[in-house]
Each structure stands twice: as C-alpha cells, then as structure tokens.
Design a protein around this ligand. Sequence first.
Ligand SMILES: [Zn+2]
Ligand SMILES: [Zn+2]
Length: 153
Amino acid sequence: MLFNLAVLFGTLVAMEGVGTLAHKYVMHGWGWWLHRSHHEPHLGMLETNDLYLLALGLIAALLVALGKAGHAPLQWVGAGVAGYGVAYVLAHDGFFHRHWPRAPRPVNRYLKRLHRAHRLHHAVKGRQGSVSFGFFYAPPLRVLKRQLKQRRG
Ligand SMILES: [Zn+2]
Ligand SMILES: [Zn+2]
C-alpha cells in the first residue's frame, strides 16, 4: 500500500515537471494551434486548448487499463496523471482564470505568487517570449518580470 501511495505522489510531482515542459515546448511549440485559443480573448466555456486535458484523461485511462491488465503499479501512475488533471482544472481554470462563479481568492503567499505568475504568462499574447510555464510551481516574480523586460528589449 505504501509503495502504491509513493507511486501516486511521485507521479503527481513528476507531472508538474512533465506539464511545465509540455506547456513550454509542445503547447507553445508545434501544438500552439490548439493552445492558442487560451491566449486569446474568448467567450464560451470551452476552448480548443481543452483537448490537451482530454488527451491527459485518455493517457490516464490507458495507464489504469494497462495496470489492470497485469502491470500493477501503472494503475497508480494513471491515478496520479488523473489527479494532476483534476488539480490542473481546479487551479488553472477555477483559480487562475475564474471560470467559475465563486472563484476562491489567493489567501497565502504561495497562491498569490502562483496566481500573479500565471498573469505574467498571459501578459505575452503570442507563442514566443512567454514566461512561467508551470501550474503549481512558479519562479519568484522579480525573476519573471526581469525575463519579460529582457524579452521585450
Ligand atoms: Zn500558455
Ligand atoms: Zn492560463
């Protein structure tokens, strides 16, 4: 049991790394055409960017299915991927962008920094030159601001 929990938590932590890299190099790279909707003003509840979440859900389901088929620890990796997806929706859609009517407000320094860092991520409209690609870890704000200034030249 302890091993399974370790796999679950390890996956959750690793997913922040995977998510940050995917956001930086895939979503702001060759996958920009899907992520772009998220960096433009929009009216509806859904964006093409949500397809990334769907892909994450499919990967999680596949891992759980493989786990059930005999590769046991993969179930917990799948659960970790799914858990990260849920946490992403709560943090990114709910907390950062306030897509929900009663959005929680940042109450501590960690959440404030996370929130402002994502604002800075959206301060850049195009594909290139953005900062802070993580969702649960953000570099110090002064570092991000310096990066933004340098990129604007
Ligand atoms: Zn982005
Ligand atoms: Zn965003």
